[in-house]
Design a protein around this ligand. Sequence first.
Ligand code: MF3
Ligand code: CO
Ligand code: CO
Length: 269
Amino acid sequence: MKAPRGRVTKDGIRIYEQADFAGMQAAGKVAATILDEIAEHVFPGQTTGEIDRIITEKVDESGSKSATIGYKGYQHASCISVNHVVCHGIPGDKRLKDGDILNIDVTVIVDGWYGDTSRMYVAGNIGRKAERLVQVTHDALFKGIEAVKPGNTFGDIGHAIQSYVEGHRMSVVRDFCGHGLGQVFHAPPNVLHYGRAGTGPVLEEGMFFTIEPMVNIGRPETKVLADDWTAVTRDKSLSAQFEHSIGVTADGFEIFTLSPGGKFHPTWS
Ligand code: MF3
Ligand code: CO
Ligand code: CO
C-alpha cells in the first residue's frame, strides 16, 4: 500500500493535500447521489430492508464499495433510523407508517476515499412536531458547518450547534459524535456537537471530517438495544440527524456530500 501523504497534527488529525480534495469530492458525490435517488422509495408501507436492498444495488452500480458492510460486523449498506431511533438503526422487515421520520446514512468508498452522509426522509405526511425537529436539526448542522474555517476550533463547531438546538428547547445527543475521515472511515478527532467556544483542536486547511448532529425533542440520553447497534432515545422522544462530510479550505469549508439534486432537506419536493 502507498503511504498516505500529508502530515498529522499533535491531536492526531491528518492534514490532507490540495490534490486529495478531488478524492473526497468523488466519494461524497456518489454517496449524496444515492441519497437523492432513494427518496422516491420512501413511502408508507415500504420496509427499511427494501430501502437498504435498493441502496446496496445502487452502491454496486456506482462502482463504489459500501464502507459499512463488514464494518465491525455490520451487514448492511445503510443505517436507517426511524422516529425515536437516534442512529445505527438496522434495516429490516418493519414497514414505515404515515408520518414516520427516518434518517438514512450511507458511506461509500471510491478509489480509497470515504464519502459519509445522512439525511432525513418522511413517509407520507409529517406532523408539526416532527417537522420542527427536522428543521432545527438541519439548521443546526449548517450552524456547525458555518463555524468551519482555519483558526476556529472544534469547540466552536460544537458550541454553534448546541446553542442553536438548546435555543429551540431541544437537546443534543452526547453519546455519538462526528469524526475525521478521508482514506479511513473513522479517524481523529471526535467532532462533538456540543461544547465551549474556543476549546478543542484548532482547525487547519486540509482537515477532513464529518459533522452529524443528532437532536432529540426530549432528553439527550440514549441507550443501545440488545442487537448492539440500534441507539434509541431513553425517553422514547423523536430524534433526527443530518450528516455532511466536509473539508477545511484556506478561507472556510467545502461540503463534499452536497445533494446534486438539491434534495438534502426532506421538503425538497
Ligand atoms: N455512517 C455512520 C457514521 O456516520 C457509521 C455507520 S457504522 C455502521 O459514522 F456500521 F453502523 F454502519
Ligand atoms: Co459519519
Ligand atoms: Co454516516
